[in-house]
Design a binder for this molecule. Structure first.
Ligand SMILES: Nc1ncnc2c1ncn2[C@@H]1O[C@H](COP(=O)(O)OP(=O)(O)OP(=O)(O)O)[C@@H](O)[C@H]1O
Ligand SMILES: [Mg+2]
Length: 265
């Protein structure tokens, strides 16, 4: 379990970014985090894996605590961060080396490496690209390689920080599909996004505003709440659903719900 316990963070003392934030994420959950520009989402992501440390409060992962220096290595092994720009995440020249790199850092024995590399690339459907150069791949392929490099290290939590925002619609769909598959295989997924349609894949949504959690609940409950800001416009289908006043709860199969209702009228 991941626990934020009354966490505060600032870069500059006079400008608090995260204020008294507490929440828990259970193992195996799929949580979306949304919020306006500059609301502190990336800061929160970095607090999860100890890239940033709370100024007050604690971030714990099971028995580990990011404030304990000896725990940091284990925490970073367990929490994989996928960033917005896959280019920033590449260090080597081939897809194979890219995935091997992290394993070498973890001192994984040679004989264990290849099964891990192949498994990770298969999970993102990039197993045919071992010798490809990461920089020549499409945006979505790059992002999938970045995910494979993390998966090979066998994390228990994957944090995606706007990892789909530079991709075209089809590539976004592919990455979301990868997230869902990984979630089904037991990984905890934390998906930071400003695409409101993407949060419908999550079981739960946290809305971050001015450094505090303003909403914690299901995606459909968020869309039904009145306090959304202009930056967080629900997907068209949800607005249509609300406008029509249809008394049917929206779940992750919302597209189907809308299609069915629409064809009945
Ligand atoms: N290294 C830093 N030094 C000083 N201030 C920073 C630093 N990084 C972020 N900030 C500030 O902290 C606030 C929150 O930034 P953060 O990147 O966490 O927001 P975000 O919700 O991820 O935004 P975006 O939607 O643009 O990705 C912003 O006001 C930002 O300017
Ligand atoms: Mg950000």
């Amino acid at each position: 379990m991941l626990v934020f316990d009354q966490v505060n963070y600032h870069y500059r003392r006079e400008h608090p970014i995260i204020q008294d934030v507490s929440f828990e994420v259970q193992e195996g959950e799929f949580v979306a985090i949304v919020g306006g520009n500059g609301s502190g989402k990336s800061t929160l992501a970095k607090l999860i894996n100890g890239l940033l440390l709370p100024r007050k409060g604690q971030v714990r992962l099971n028995q580990l605590n990011t404030l304990q220096h000896v725990d940091l290595k284990k925490i970073r092994e367990q929490v994989g961060l996928v960033f917005q720009n896959p280019e920033d995440q590449f260090i080597t020249t081939t897809v194979l080396d890219e995935v091997v790199f992290g394993l070498e850092n973890l001192r994984i024995p040679r004989e264990e490496m290849m099964p891990r590399v192949e498994g990770a690339l298969q999970a993102v459907r990039m197993e045919d690209y071992l010798d490809a150069m990461p920089h020549q791949l499409s945006g979505g392929e790059k992002q999938r390689v970045a995910i494979a490099a993390i998966l090979a290290m066998r994390p228990s939590i994957l944090v995606f920080d706007e990892a789909t925002s530079m991709l075209d619609p089809q590539e976004r769909k592919d990455i979301l599909e990868v997230m869902r598959t990984l979630h089904q295989s037991g990984l905890t997924i934390i998906h930071i996004t400003h695409h409101m349609d993407e949060i419908l894949s999550a079981d739960r949504v946290l809305l971050l505003s001015n450094g505090s959690i303003r909403f914690d609940g299901t995606p459909s409950a968020l869309f039904n709440s009145v306090s959304l800001t202009d930056q967080l416009v629900p997907p068209f289908a949800v607005r249509l659903h609300q406008t029509l006043g249809l008394d049917v709860p929206l779940g992750s199969d919302w597209k189907e719900t809308i299609t069915n209702l629409w064809s009945m009228h």
